[in-house]
Every structure is written in structure tokens, then in C-alpha cells.
Design a protein around this ligand. Sequence first.
Ligand SMILES: [Zn+2]
Length: 336
Amino acid sequence: MLPEVPFPWQNSQWQRLAQQYEERLLPHAFLVCGDQGLGKSLFVRGFSRYMLCQNPLKQFACGICRNCRQAGEDFNHPDVLHIAPLEGKRDINVEQIRSLINFIVHTSHAGIAKIAIIDAAHHLNISSANALLKTLEEPTLNSYLFLVTEFPGSLPATTRSRCQRVLFSSPAREVAQQWLNSKSLPESVVDIDRLLEAAECRPLYAIQLAEQGAVEQRDQFLNKLYQLSTGSQSPQSLVSLALKIGESAVIGHLLLTSSILIKSLSSNQRPGESANEIDNLYSLLIARERPTRTLLVELMQFYDAVIVARKQMLSGTNPNGQLIMESLIWRWYQFI
Ligand SMILES: [Zn+2]
């Protein structure tokens, strides 16, 4: 997958960083952020390879020099360190950061640069973020740090302010479509439009959904959500389905549904055929004949509650998934 980096929606970020690197103006710490499924981590891996390449060609790694070969597809180069929460743990602990600092201060093997990548950086806890601070304030020469996260707001302001931000957002639909068309998707995917809609236009997330057959699952959930809204299903049966599908997927479906409804209501435009189930919910809301303003306020409150639930799920406090699903589904039930 690595040779493909940068993906078509990452070109401007790549060019900016590569130019800074060529001009020796590259800052030493980055906060790489954007939603999951946009290839942030792969971008950083690919860019590290470019940084270490001995004969870069027009801002790209040559792929054949000693460093490029050593890096390989998995990017296991001795001058690059990867850190993420250890298996079964939520937090990136302070020992991991100490080993990162130790790695950074030692001379590089290839004599070019030392690169540390922290994936899921929002999982730095207070002590590990503090331990990292000194490295951010007093960098070692030719050392580079990439903090990759979908929730930059969860990091302490002192950490954020010392990093240059590299932001990724969902590409235009045509760009994502064109890219997906060039991939070999599972045969079950008959409608790329629908797949992209389920993935909120995040191309790598779309591939993941396609591979998991998750589009059907989403349709099933939204179908039941509609039935709940018309009173032909009980909240409890939807909670059971939600627990079967998985909390984080359900949170994604609820965020998408409420955001599409908010957009449609405020622009007075139906969600349309590409979002069939959500279109049905829209009709239902209109038929209730409540003032649009009230609907919008309540939907936004619901959306905020889902965001809070997502944060809870990601927090290090062992959240109770069943309780969170029950509370969200009851809240929807009361709203509708
Ligand atoms: Zn090379």
C-alpha cells in the first residue's frame, strides 16, 4: 500500500512538507489530524521514507536506494520508531515516551534523520504528554516527531501549540469515486455511491466497510431506527442490534444520520435517494409538523450527545457500552 502514498487527496499536504524539507525549513514536530479512514498514518510512513531516501526524485522516494529498500513496505527502518497504545491498553504510557526520547537522542544509522511516529496520539495520558514536552521544546538536531490523531482537541494545549498542524479532510466525492473505481472491491459492493455515503466520503474507511460487509449492516440498523421511530420496534430491540453491530459503528451511523438530517432540514432539501433510510426519517419528521427550528435545536442536541458518547467510548475510563447505547437510543426515541 505504501508506494501509493500520497493518496490523491493528500497531494497539497505532501507538496508543502516536501518543499519545507527540501529547503531545510521543516519543523521538527507535527500534529497530523483528520478523520479516521483518510490515510494519515500511511502518509506519515510514506513521508518518512521520502525523508530518509538517499536519492529522492522530485519530492518522492526513489524506492531503490539502500534506505528505501531497508524501509520496505512495512516501514521497518532503524531510524524510524513507531509508538501506539500497547495491545489491550488504552493509554500510551510514560515508559513508551521515555524509550522514544532515548531513541531520538541517539545518532541515526543512516546519518540523515531520526523519526518518531505516535499513532493514536490522543491516547497520551497526562504524564506521558508531560514527558514528551521537553522533547517538543528542545528538539535534537535532525529529529522529527509526528503525532497522528483523529481527536487533536484531546491533547493538551501545550503539546498542540508546539506542533505544526497537518490537516486531512474527506476528498471531493468525484476524487474518492475515481480512486475507489481503480480498486478491486469485494463483489458484494454494487453501488460505490452508497458505499461512499456510508463512509462519509473517507476512501480508506470505505474499503474497510466494503471488506466487512458493513454497508448492509448499516442499512439494517437504519431500517430498525426508522421502525423505532414509527413505533413498530421497541427501543430494547434496537439496543440489542446496536450491541451486536458494535458501539463505535453505531455511533458512526447515528452521527451520519443526524448530521444529514440537520443539513437537509436547514437547507429545506430532502436527503434524496442516495440516502434512502435517512430520507424516510426525514419524511417522518416533516409529517410531525413541528416547527423546523425546534427540530433543528433538538437534533443538534442529539448530535452533541452522540459526540459526547464517542468521547466516552474513547476515554480511558472503561466506559459501559451497553449503558451508552441505551441512553442514546432512548434519547432518539424521545426526540422522534
Ligand atoms: Zn531512496
